[in-house]
Design a protein around this ligand. Structure first.
Ligand code: KG4
Ligand code: ZN
Length: 341
């Protein structure tokens, strides 16, 4: 089959990401605009501001990614965009732009599932492919899920968070200590200077069977600790960050170990924004009798490259979008058709 050029568009939350994926040569170009500064004062993403900024950035970023790839619009073989899950207004921008562009160029459009794109991102980088079936830990700002990947596109939910996502817990803990948004990288930085043994934070739901998670109790525990030691000195912040991070990492590790034992899988794929966390990567790599796979840092958080790549795989499987525009804020990954015919 001749090489295909797929434009990928990501606008599900607070990053506008565009990339051109070449099925023969890999990622040809990618651009990313982060809205972090726009939302910084609010301690979290403001949906209406996010949508408006995607509207402003999507066309200029499309021009620049095509220029970087050295191609014209007419060279594209398909346009892939995140159709869900995510913020409705933000998704609408990418889906409307992407679907319309594909129609105007008379090429297929592909609706990409954001979490499947995260899951596939480690495969985009060089390296050994995970052995099927494998377990995936998907940890982002909106999701915390353990998934059994029986084949690409054939996913079984093993467990998920009953309340906050792991990334959301990082963001909220950071906000309690005025560390800025997004909180994950800030907490991780402070934790490096902290004494994790000073505070003993709970490991929620690890003493009961099952693979579900809950992070809201940990959030309350963090708030109580912050209040008990306010005003916080720099060392207090570092120590609380270290104890918090250790609790999240341990909790994720314990559930991953259980999932590996229960399924008999040999490989674990770590994906989503929180998979950028070094302490989590180290803990899993050093303590699990498993091959642990994860993406390079830039491919862990939201980006256009993973959307273009997931779109190319769905295109190869002949799965293209109808003419209608269907953003899906909620979209269980388990409803996807298998990728291999
Ligand atoms: O996948 P992502 O970019 O967006 C969503 O799909 O949600 O994930 C963003 C989340 C944020 O909650 C952010 O705090 C967290 O990933 N994150 C981290 C790190 N880098 C990003 N959490 C912990 N440690 C990090 N180094
Ligand atoms: Zn994401």
């Amino acid at each position: 089959m001749r090489a295909m050029l797929v434009l990928g568009i990501e606008t599900s939350c607070d990053e506008t990401g565009l990339a051109v994926y070449d099925s023969a040569a890999g990622i040809r170009a990618e651009v990313l605009h982060s809205q972090v500064d726009l939302h910084a004062d609010y301690g979290g993403v403001v949906p209406e501001l996010a949508s408006r900024d995607h509207v402003r950035k999507i066309k200029p970023l499309t021009d620049s990614v095509l220029a970087d790839a050295g191609i014209d619009l007419e060279a594209l073989d398909a346009v892939a965009y995140t159709a869900g899950p995510g913020l409705m207004g933000a998704l609408l921008v990418g889906a409307t732009f992407g679907r319309t562009l594909a129609w105007a160029l008379d090429v297929p459009a592909i609706e990409v599932h954001h979490m499947e794109a995260h899951l596939l991102a480690p495969l985009l980088a060089e390296g050994e492919a995970p052995q099927l079936p494998f377990v995936a830990l998907l940890v982002s700002g909106g999701h915390t899920q353990l998934v059994l990947v029986k084949a690409f596109g054939d996913y079984e939910l093993l467990g998920e968070s009953l309340d906050d996502a792991a990334g959301e817990a990082f963001d909220k803990a950071a906000k309690m200590m005025d560390l800025g948004y997004p909180g994950g990288p800030q907490i991780a930085r402070k934790a490096e200077q902290g004494n994790g043994a000073r505070f003993d934070f709970p490991r929620p739901m690890t003493d009961r069977p099952g693979l579900d998670f809950s992070f809201s109790g940990l959030k309350t525990f963090t708030l109580n600790t912050v209040n008990a030691h306010s005003p916080l000195a720099e060392q207090d912040i570092c120590d609380i960050a270290a104890a918090f991070e250790a609790a999240v990492v341990d909790t994720l590790f314990i559930k991953c170990r259980r999932a590996m034992e229960e399924t008999g899988a040999t490989d674990l794929v770590l994906a989503g924004g929180v998979s950028a966390n070094t302490a989590l990567r180290k803990k899993l790599e050093s303590n699990l009798p498993a091959n642990v796979h994860y993406a390079p840092l830039a491919l862990c958080t939201d980006n256009g490259a993973m959307i273009a790549y997931a779109g190319a795989l769905r295109l190869e499987a002949g799965q293209t979008a109808p003419l209608s525009i269907n953003p899906r804020p909620r979209w269980p990954m388990f409803e996807l058709p298998p990728l291999e015919a």
